[in-house]
Design a protein around this ligand. Structure first.
Ligand code: SF4
Length: 304
């Protein structure tokens, strides 16, 4: 996918720290509105409604301004996730440095910071990240749901998978906990074992999340499958129209087997934040995690 033409705006907010309703609790931080990665499956595109934007998702971004955080210690021990509905390391960050700004503000907060990205611009801030990680409280996650660059190009305008994996390795080698976030898992396309095999020596965690087609992008993805992978259309119809879960149930079993094969811990819907021996990342099953209620870190799943 070509990098779309981006309309850049500016907006002021009272606080960049948003209390999160997600299962992990804590705070969500999005230094920008919108996201130039323009992923076709982006769940965050619903944000448009709240920001007055009518343009196509991925074609606009607002740079946020906020007053300096006066009491960073307020967030001590809290989970702070940077990049829930944007990527803080989108290309505008090179110019505006808003993600770097928030990291500097939270540097001594003792918060548990998680950065979610599809970029390698994070390497620009490696020295700062090492400083923040002095108490082992930082985690950096890259979304990698394929090793096939042409499928990646069909799906998003972020940097190549190889650049993401190279950044993951550098951050891992710097002593910072890393995540290979296999998300979203596309049925019949995402090969989880191939990805785990490629990333296992440079990550502490592998997170697995299924493709969810609830939003307005369901038609976009179904049309894409019909055009590029027509052989998979019956499978997608079973999963996304008939709500048949057998594919992902079988994949859960397969993930557990892969964990056994590589000597990895396999957990269900849990957020362990420890570093692990190289080559043995903890594999976390987040399939259908949106159904989980009040089990932030228990490893228990309340399936319907
Ligand atoms: S990187 Fe995340 S927020 Fe940005 S377009 Fe992709 S899915 Fe949406």
């Amino acid at each position: 996918m070509e990098l779309p033409e981006i309309k850049v705006g500016f907006t002021t907010t009272k606080s960049v720290m948003t209390k999160s309703n997600g299962p992990l609790g804590g705070y969500a931080v999005n230094p920008y509105v919108g996201c130039s990665h323009a992923c076709r499956y982006c769940y965050a595109s619903f944000m448009k409604r709240f920001t007055g934007h009518t343009e196509e998702w991925g074609t606009f971004m607002d740079v946020k301004e906020w007053p300096a955080i006066k009491n960073p210690q307020k967030y001590a021990g809290q989970k702070v996730i940077i990049g829930t509905v944007t990527d803080g390391y989108n290309p505008l960050e090179e110019t505006y440095g808003k993600t770097r700004k928030i990291l500097e503000e939270l540097k001594d907060s003792d918060a548990d910071i998680l950065i979610c990205t599809k970029s390698d611009l994070v390497l620009r801030d490696l020295d700062l990240l090492k400083e923040i990680n002095k108490n082992n409280r930082l985690t950096v996650s890259w979304s990698v749901n394929t090793l096939d660059e042409s499928f990646k190009d069909d799906m998003d305008a972020a940097v190549s998978i190889e650049r993401r994996l190279a950044a993951m390795k550098q951050v891992y080698d710097a002593g910072i906990r890393t995540v290979c976030f296999i998300s979203p898992v596309f049925p019949g396309i995402t090969e989880i074992e191939v990805i785990i095999e490629r990333a296992k020596d440079q990550c502490d965690l592998v997170w697995l999340e299924n493709l969810n087609l609830r939003g307005g992008f369901k038609k976009t993805i179904m049309d894409y499958i019909a055009e590029k992978h027509p052989d998979l259309l019956p499978l997608y119809d079973e999963i996304y129209n008939k709500k048949n879960r057998s594919y992902f149930e079988a994949l859960e079993k397969k993930a557990e087997e892969i964990a056994g094969k590589y000597g990895c811990r396999f957990v269900d819907n849990e957020t362990p934040y420890e570093r692990v021996p190289q080559g043995h990342p903890t594999i976390v099953d987040y399939f259908y995690h949106e159904e989980v209620r009040g089990t932030a870190n228990s490893g228990k799943r309340n399936k319907k």
